[in-house]
Write a protein of this length. Structure first.
Ligand code: MF3
Ligand code: CO
Length: 251
């Protein structure tokens, strides 16, 4: 069953989304060659707590940090580490969730560290564009797989490949709620989108079409060939007035 939020719940998630966007913006501003990923995690956690919220990921199924920092061939769920130093040319995905007032929001961005290759830039930009293609079709009356199809067809047209093993999701009182939102598939399938639904849409895109693997740390997901991956995510609310992208703005 897909939870539908009350107007009061939507207000809380809207406020939370603004806080999360501000947290992510500050973490992104701290990204530079020589910095390590544990510093970014600590910064995110303190900003989240300063905002009166809690990190959604810390302790989730035993996950040890507030954010996921996934570098280069790491797709998602990279664990921050003081021994992981950013280098010029790295592609870094930052994924953060927070909980306040009983409601979660979730967001991810991929950013260049210093100067990155042309192919890295194309991957990053295409992944972000695919998220906006998805948001454009996330309208009341459309179906869940219209979102999937918008992402998958755009990514394919760019000569890139979506991750099929991990999906977007509804989000609210739980970090992961129904529906699951795959990043590819035929249009016109699955539940109809309705006002009050809050969705975390998260295209994960790679330069190869091999299955991903999980490293021995039991978390870090990497591409099959070691090729680059990128990840963007927004939490959006569907309202009668249109789509509300909650995880932007930032105060
Ligand atoms: N943003 C991711 C998701 O939506 C990460 C959650 S996994 C965690 O699934 F363990 F890191 F929390
Ligand atoms: Co998510």
């Amino acid at each position: 069953m897909i939870p539908v939020k009350t107007p009061e719940e939507l207000d809380v998630q809207r406020e939370n989304g603004r806080l999360l966007a501000a947290v992510v913006a500050k973490v992104v501003a701290a990204i530079r060659p020589g910095e390590n990923t544990a510093v970014l995690d600590a910064l995110a956690e303190s900003l989240i707590r300063d905002g009166g919220a809690e990190p959604s990921f810390k302790g989730y199924q035993g996950y040890p940090a507030a954010v996921c920092t996934s570098l280069n061939e790491e797709v998602v769920h990279g664990i921050p580490s003081a021994s992981r130093r950013l280098r010029d040319g790295d592609l870094l995905s930052i994924d953060v969730g927070l909980l306040r007032g009983g409601l979660h929001v979730d967001m991810a961005v991929t950013v260049p560290v210093g100067e990155v290759s042309e192919s890295a830039r194309h991957l990053m930009e295409s992944t972000e564009k695919s998220l906006w293609c998805a948001i454009r079709v996330a309208t009341i009356g459309n179906r869940v797989s219209d979102i999937s199809h918008a992402i998958g067809s755009f990514v394919e047209g760019e000569g890139l490949f979506v991750v099929k093993e991990y999906v977007g999701h509804g989000i609210g009182r739980a970090l992961h709620e129904d529906p699951q939102i795959p990043n590819n598939g035929p249009p016109g399938c699955g539940p109809r989108l309705a006002a009050g639904m809050v969705l975390a849409i998260e295209p994960m895109v790679k330069v190869d079409d091999e299955p991903t693997r999980v490293l021995d740390d039991q978390w870090t997901v990497v591409t099959g060939t070691g090729g680059l991956a990128a990840h963007f995510e927004h939490t959006i609310a569907l309202t009668e007035e249109g789509v509300d992208v909650l995880t932007q703005g930032g105060a």
